[in-house]
Write a protein that binds this ligand. Structure first.
Ligand code: HMG
Ligand code: MG
Length: 313
């Protein structure tokens, strides 16, 4: 039977909030994760252990993990750029020996172009892969699962159109070092469905589609279409951000990820079933409320199209 179960990785607490200028209290970040869990989200990227000099907004992630409500059956991941970030995670786990653990999964990241890797990790792509391999081994040895990200899979803010063969090779390197899945990021959010399709055709030559995820920023309004294109290609894991929050600090002008509410709405009544913890799926109405709640905390309105329309009716 065809696998029609779609997994959503809710990246709002990490990708969504990392770009915010103002200081967001730890209590708000923790409450966002609590609310997402209660709405039925099964996989949540809770924050990152990166340099606070590079991304100040993620500085309190350890406190967020201890304050948020952890629900059974929900997976909480954290983004890690290097060994120091992994050390932060393992120190936190050692200080809080609870069951289930505060987190059991990290995500690592690099990019398909040297220019973007330089901006985001201060090194080349090849060098980043060399540095990440021992971090991945150490994480696996510590019993953590490791997810990989490849950024700028369609276009790069610094070097333009991206060579999809590079995307394939970098993604394969992450799988070979032990990542169970690689999320392909249209960081800039310029990709069209046709480009996504061509990119995926190339990447699928080296990696089984069950190990791929789609991560589409929505700068040009194509993210929902790109999600559907990825599903057509057999991808069943989609990264999304409640309220359409976010952007990358190193991709100027890029907007947030595809809004989780918009993905949920688009898949209603389709062949696909979105996996979730409460009643087996993610509750769209609750997610609309979460999207508005966090947007109001940030002093703005939800940018989710479905979230706005549902609130207005
Ligand atoms: P660097 O400056 O080359 O590193 O940055 P360094 O080793 O020289 O360290 C600089 C300072 O940061 C030192 O402090 C380190 O101790 C500290 P000092 O000695 O000066 O006081 N430091 C750390 N502190 C806490 N946690 C750490 C850590 N590492 C070093 N883990 C580095 C290299 C990798 C650290 C830096 O480039 C960095 O943190 N980059 C992360 C950038 C980031 O978070 N970007 C956003 C996430 S990726 C993304 O959004 C894309 C994605 O969504 C997919 C897509 O859309 O494409 C995933
Ligand atoms: Mg992103």
């Amino acid at each position: 039977a065809p696998n029609n179960v779609v997994n959503i990785v809710e990246v709002g607490p990490r990708d969504g909030l990392q770009n915010e200028k103002g200081v967001i209290p730890v209590s708000v970040k923790a409450e966002l994760i609590t609310r997402l869990g209660r709405a039925g989200v099964k996989i949540i990227e809770a924050g990152s252990f990166v340099s606070p000099k590079w991304v100040p907004q993620m500085a309190g992630t350890a406190e967020v993990l201890t304050q948020m409500e952890r629900l059974p059956g929900v997976r909480y991941q954290v983004l890690v750029p290097n060994q120091k970030g992994l050390d932060g995670v393992t120190a936190l786990l050692a200080a809080h020996p609870v069951s289930p653990p505060l987190t059991d999964e990290i995500s690592i990241f690099t990019a398909a172009t040297d220019a973007f890797t330089r901006a985001n990790l201060n090194t080349t792509t090849a060098e980043s892969l060399e540095r990440l391999a021992p971090v991945t081994r150490a994480a696996l040895d510590a019993g953590l699962r490791v997810r990989g990200y490849v950024s700028v899979v369609i276009s790069c803010p610094y070097s333009g159109q991206v060579d999809y063969v590079r995307v394939r090779d970098v993604a394969k390197a992450l799988i070979d070092m032990g990542c169970y899945e690689v999320s392909l990021g249209d960081t800039v959010g310029m990709g069209t469905p046709n480009q996504v399709s061509e990119m995926l055709e190339e990447v699928k030559k080296s990696i089984g589609v069950e190990k791929l995820a789609g991560h589409f920023h929505d700068t040009y309004g194509t993210a929902v279409a790109n999600v559907l294109t990825a599903l057509d290609h057999g991808i069943r894991t989609i990264d999304a951000s409640v309220g359409g929050l976010g952007g990358c600090p190193y991709s100027p002008g890029a907007t947030g990820n595809v809004a989780t509410e918009d993905v949920l709405y688009a898949l209603q009544g389709s062949q696909y079933h979105v996996a979730g913890s409460s009643n087996g799926t993610i509750d769209l109405a609750q997610m609309v409320d979460v999207g508005w709640w966090i947007s109001e905390q940030l002093g703005r309105e939800s940018t989710s199209r479905a979230g706005r329309a549902i609130r207005a009716r």
